[in-house]
Design a protein around this ligand. Structure first.
Ligand SMILES: Cc1cc2nc3c(=O)[nH]c(=O)nc-3n(C[C@H](O)[C@H](O)[C@H](O)COP(=O)(O)O)c2cc1C
Length: 323
């Protein structure tokens, strides 16, 4: 296996992988080739949320090429947003058919549409002939049952999609259990479209397993794995950093991320809220992490947060791939 015959895509993680994160990440780590942005929900009545649109402004996304993602269930609204995104210069848009959250799914958005292949069929029918740019979809195996994937693939096969990204869990499963690689394989074999693999690539061993299992797949999407170990794409590509330098690099990444968010958020509450979110994942990089990371997560003020983060970086060691 050479290091350049596959593409690594940063998964959309709403509340994490926004433009600020993507840029700071790409400034500190290599190995990731592109990103799919967290979803932009359609608003109806030809309205657009400027803050959400700014996230995919091409001039701010030069370090890591980004594809925008749309969450919606009205062909008219999806087309309106797709045309706006194409007008901004995007050459591809993705439709979110996987979001598992019940508040969204109940409104027949995200994975809530997967139980209704006939609705997806009529939406695609209305969309594909009028899309200003090619469309890809990001799906799960179904909303409630893995078997829903069969009808879904039959519907998708009727339309010229750029590719299909499959995270092989059901919607109601959320993130429980493991990604079902047998179901992924069956869906891929039944599909006429190129597939992107997504789900549970958390270390090099997990990557090698999916790589071996699906030799025809060239594009892999990684989400939580890079939040928990930002070095993962470099490790997958065989780029190694010695343990001391890893700690210094991680600290510099954290500090730049915090500075970037400090310039974006209005109060310290927002800032520490956002940074604590990362620690739910990033804490796993550290040996003996539970106690010091708990202190970070419980920090009542920015001062306490900074002190606890400094203490962790000053006194802890990182897990290393070969340790
Ligand atoms: C906090 C969080 C936010 C997410 N936001 C999105 C989103 O905006 N759009 C989307 O398609 N998937 C979203 N996902 C799903 C991920 O993109 C990905 O499919 C899932 O995490 C499985 O990949 P992983 O095991 O590599 O993390 C989100 C997942 C998490 C945990």
């Amino acid at each position: 296996m050479t290091t350049s015959d596959f593409t690594l895509i940063m998964a959309p993680l709403q509340g994490f992988t926004d433009v600020t994160f993507r840029n700071v990440y790409a400034g500190h780590f290599s190995g990731m080739n592109e990103a799919l942005a967290p979803f932009i929900a359609t608003m109806g009545h030809e309205r657009i949320n400027p803050a959400r649109i700014r996230d995919v402004d091409l001039k701010d996304n030069q370090l890591l090429p980004v594809t925008p993602q749309i969450l919606g269930n009205s062909a008219q609204d999806i087309l309106f947003l797709a045309r706006h995104l194409a007008g901004m210069g995007h050459a591809l848009v993705n439709w979110n058919l996987g979001c598992p959250h019940s508040k969204i799914a109940k409104k027949k958005r995200g994975s809530g549409l997967l139980m209704f292949p006939e609705i997806i069929d009529s939406l695609l029918e209305a969309l594909v002939s009028q899309m200003p740019v090619p469309l890809s979809v990001k799906i799960r195996l179904g909303r409630k049952d893995k078997a829903e994937i069969h009808d879904l693939i039959r519907v998708l096969n009727r339309y010229p999609l750029d590719h299909v990204i499959l995270h092989p869990r059901t919607g109601i499963q959320m993130y429980r259990g493991t990604a079902d690689q047998d179901a992924f394989e069956a869906a891929m074999q039944a599909s006429i479209h190129p597939f992107v693999y997504n789900g549970d690539i958390t270390d090099t061993a997990a990557f090698s397993t999916v790589r071996r299992r699906f030799p025809g797949i060239r594009r892999f999407m990684i989400g939580r794995g890079i939040l928990a170990n930002p070095f993962l794409p470099e490790e997958i590509r065989g780029i190694s950093t010695d343990p001391v330098r890893r700690l210094t690099r991680l600290r510099a990444f954290h500090d730049d991320l915090m500075t970037a968010y400090a310039g974006r958020f209005s109060g310290p509450g927002h800032l520490i809220g956002r940074m604590k979110g990362f620690w739910h994942y990033l804490g796993h990089c550290f040996r003996d992490h539970p106690k010091p990371v708990k202190k970070i997560l419980r920090s009542p003020s920015l001062e306490a947060y900074c002190a606890h983060v400094a203490e962790l970086f000053d006194t802890s060691e990182l897990f290393c791939p070969d340790s």
